[in-house]
Write a protein that binds this ligand. Structure first.
Ligand SMILES: Cc1cc2nc3c(=O)[nH]c(=O)nc-3n(C[C@H](O)[C@H](O)[C@H](O)COP(=O)(O)OP(=O)(O)OC[C@H]3O[C@@H](n4cnc5c(N)ncnc54)[C@H](O)[C@@H]3O)c2cc1C
Length: 381
């Protein structure tokens, strides 16, 4: 429930009374004097998606691929404060140099080329559910003066961009936190973003050059996927959109929320875990139920299925547990399987093909080096 039908992202404004009635119809008709991102979509419904992570990006791409029967397909606009999607389960490999930035954190511009999804870089600052407008602070806003003129793309340089919508999807993820641990913010490194991974790499690199036998201590705090200085936290529940089993926000059937940011329940009750796996599963439902809200067809209740777990244990070591524990792998084979599954789960087929080819080449070169070492060792005996 939201004050004046308004949700604020990360501003800590308490939600209060709900304005339930949503007007349906092309948002463009209501845009009035608001400067919009483009005029191409007049007559088409608008869907805005906040957050280009596992929840938001996969929902946007799914929406762009769904069939729309006789209806006009919507214009899908993805908003993210960053210019890159980050495949977080592989962030560790960026730090160790086992994966490159383009593999783990491709730019949205490249990922979304030809997908039918438009990308707006900026920070969503509020969502007015009554006026059906999403306000976005663009990166250039910080540098531009007040009252900037509209540029060729129809945005204003001086104030937040207002995106009208017929349906909205919220997937801004979790807020990294040091959990109130004294001194952690000053002395520990968080591990949640690409910048964090690169900063950690810079910190660890000199240590790796220490003379053999030197004592090096690195404390890793947190035992979850995020196993490092900063745990992640869902924003406190009162700030979180409370969703029901169709992933729509309570009382707002045209607004869906998923991923780490959602306070959701699946159709059997318990909340799904805060994992990429759960967010990707929710994305299918969020896309389908957004379509249902626009077409007036029945939504599908979300049901989480645990597909198993995959972990990197450093170097070429890994662990995989799948099919309710029936499949258990350890060692290099688990590490290879994990990479193969992650390559297949990249957001677009083109990225999956590029990353898959690159990792297959790495694996082949690694195997060849092992064979050569083995042959060299045998010859030396
Ligand atoms: C280091 C690490 C390793 C992990 N490993 C695993 C793993 O091995 N397996 C697994 O299943 N899960 C793993 N997880 C958890 C998993 O990545 C998350 O559960 C998943 O990313 C949640 O998806 P999401 O879309 O909700 O959020 P995210 O993927 O975090 O995406 C949120 C997006 O929203 C954007 N955003 C936030 N606020 C705004 C705003 N106001 N305006 C515009 N954009 C905004 C962010 O820039 C970001 O791109 C890991 C997490 C971390 C941090």
């Amino acid at each position: 429930m939201w004050a004046h039908g308004m949700m604020h992202f990360g501003l800590g404004i308490l939600p209060a009374a709900l304005k339930p009635a949503l007007r349906v119809g092309p948002a463009a008709a209501r845009a009035g004097g608001v400067m919009r991102a483009s005029v191409e979509s007049l007559g088409r419904p608008d869907v805005v998606v906040v957050g280009g992570g596992f929840g938001g990006l996969y929902t946007a791409l799914r929406l762009a691929n769904l069939g729309w029967e006789e209806a006009e397909p919507p214009r899908v606009t993805l908003v993210d404060r960053s210019d890159r999607f980050v495949f977080l389960p592989m962030l560790y490999e960026v730090t160790t140099g086992q994966a490159s930035c383009w593999e783990v954190a491709p730019r949205f511009e490249e990922l979304l080329a030809g997908s039918g999804v438009e990308f707006v870089q900026g920070e969503a600052i509020s969502l007015d559910a009554e006026a059906q407008l999403l306000s976005v602070r663009r990166p250039e806003e910080a540098t531009a003066g007040e009252g900037g003129a509209a540029n060729s793309s129809g945005t204003t340089a001086g104030g937040p961009l207002a995106l009208p919508y017929d349906a909205a999807v919220l997937a801004p993820g979790a807020v990294p936190s040091f959990g109130g641990v004294k001194g952690a913010a000053e002395h520990a490194l968080p591990f949640y973003s690409l910048d964090d991974a690169l900063a950690l790499r810079e910190t660890l690199l000199p240590l790796s050059r220490a003379p053999a036998g030197a004592k090096i201590s690195v404390a890793v705090i947190g035992g979850s996927f995020v196993g490092a200085g900063a745990g992640s936290q869902r924003v406190c529940c009162w700030q979180q959109p409370r969703t029901e089993r169709y992933l729509s926000v309570d009382g707002l059937p045209h607004v869906h929320c998923l991923g780490d940011a959602a306070c959701s329940a699946d159709s059997k009750g318990p909340a799904p875990p805060s994992t990429a796996q759960a967010a990707m599963q929710q994305a299918d439902y969020a896309a389908w139920n957004t379509r249902a809200a626009l077409l007036g067809s029945p939504p599908l209740p979300f049901r989480y299925t645990n597909l198993g777990e995959m972990l990197s244990l450093g170097g070429e070591d890994g662990a995989v547990s799948a099919l309710a524990g029936l499949v258990q792998l350890r060692g290099p084979l688990a590490s290879l399987s994990r990479k193969a599954v992650y390559a297949a789960r990249m957001p677009t087929p083109a990225q999956a093909a590029r990353v898959g080819a690159s990792w297959a080449l790495d694996a082949a070169l690694g195997a060849a080096a092992l064979v050569a070492r083995g042959a060299g060792g045998a010859a030396g005996k």
